[in-house]
Design a protein around this ligand. Structure first.
Ligand SMILES: [Zn+2]
Ligand SMILES: [Zn+2]
Length: 386
């Protein structure tokens, strides 16, 4: 005799006989699995056991450089996903096919800084606004349980939806559409199968190519509540954010490109942090990277001065420990030599007649934003607020 009662779903907790409610494990959802629980309490009680089931979904992943002396706890998690496709309707930068930015190479070693005409400035405004939208979309997806490869997929799609090319893709053979840099990664992290953890900090660096121009920005985000309760995570992220904000205050016609580094290093040191020296801000326009070079450390010898119509980035990378960096054998991922965490913020800027326009400025609904510092070692997780 066949029963006609509706099939009831049972709670996924081991040793729980209750019927399941509507509550689903968010990690399982991300992995495309269904697991329903009878209650939040039961889900929490069973968490230690349940989370093991997420691991089995990621078997087949591996560390491609097992013998490499990593400086911290982070490891690459391969295989990388397949190269993402770009439809023929999207305008490509010159390196998209063979990975070689020939138009940039023509200018290497020249210190002449482009001054854009009004039409070109409009092109920069447009691409930078689109880049901001894409970063915000990616940031809303950055939470515990998702992989950095998923962030890459989100960025790639959002670029195509805006008829834009994701500038990092195949730039000097970079394999992905965005840089994702967690914890001790300074910059140029390659999106892979690593799952973001509660307590991570993550930099997402987005660049779009649209209408013949590049727009470049990045921010560092707190992943989960643990990160927002970690005094050192807040110190490094907020210090980097402030370093960028303070250096932008300098920008106006006549500013020397060696000046921002003095302000950045002074503030970083006041927070007991150090400035990464290997990577600099850069000119940006029809080229992804060009003159001027904008170092973030004090007493640098950068050449040139700001004039109306110039576009460049400032993008300080600040660490809790050493200023020294190392690069993984993937030839991209830059990490701190001592494995301490780092954070970064970046804007694309336009020098105006009397100051600066932040072309990649935050929108009223942009995710992220400043968080109040909390005292170390008070034993309690203080709630931080924007
Ligand atoms: Zn940049
Ligand atoms: Zn960038």
């Amino acid at each position: 005799m066949a029963g006609d009662a509706p099939a009831t779903r049972k709670c996924s907790s081991k040793d729980c006989d209750n019927d399941a409610g509507q509550l689903q494990c968010p990690n399982c959802q991300k992995l495309g699995k269904e697991s329903y629980f009878c209650s939040q309490d039961c889900f929490k009680r069973n968490w230690a056991d349940h989370k093991k089931s997420h691991k089995s979904q990621t078997t087949g992943t591996f560390n491609p450089f097992p013998a490499y002396p990593y400086t911290g706890t982070l490891r690459p998690v391969y295989p990388l996903s397949e190269r993402r496709k770009v439809p023929a309707s999207v305008q490509l930068p010159d390196y998209a096919k063979d990975g070689i930015p020939r138009s940039e190479q023509k200018f290497v070693g020249r210190n002449k800084i482009a001054v854009l005409n009004p039409k070109e400035i409009e092109g920069m405004r447009k691409v930078c606004r689109l880049a901001r939208e894409v970063l915000d979309i990616a940031a809303r997806e950055a939470k515990p349980g998702v992989t950095t490869d998923y962030i890459d997929e989100v960025v790639h799609k959002a670029c195509l939806e805006r008829n834009s090319y994701p500038s990092p893709l195949n730039y000097c053979h970079f394999p992905k559409s965005v840089c994702t840099s967690p914890n001790e990664v300074i910059c140029h992290g390659i999106p892979d199968q690593r799952v973001l953890k509660d307590g991570d900090i993550l930099n997402i660096d987005v660049t779009l190519y649209h209408g013949g121009f590049h727009g470049d920005l990045n921010e560092t985000y707190y992943i989960g509540e643990k990160a927002l309760a970690d005094p050192d995570a807040i110190r490094i992220v907020e210090t980097s954010r402030e370093c960028l904000d303070k250096s932008i205050e300098l920008v106006k016609p006549g500013m020397l490109f060696r000046d921002p580094g003095n302000v950045i290093e002074k503030h970083a040191k006041s927070q007991n942090c150090s400035v990464i020296k290997t990577y600099c801000g850069h000119g940006i326009n029809q080229l992804f990277h060009c003159a001027p070079n904008v170092p973030h450390y004090a007493k640098n010898k950068a050449v040139g001065e700001a004039k109306p119509g110039m576009c460049f980035t400032i993008e300080p990378m600040i660490s809790l420990g050493t200023h020294r960096d190392k690069t993984w054998p993937d030839d991209w991922t830059s990490v701190t030599a001592d494995g301490t965490r780092t954070a970064q913020f970046e804007h694309t800027l336009l020098v105006t007649e009397d100051g600066v326009e932040i072309l990649t400025a935050r929108l009223p609904d942009s995710p992220g934003g400043p968080v109040a510092r909390i005292e170390a070692s008070n034993g309690q997780a203080a709630t931080a607020s924007a």
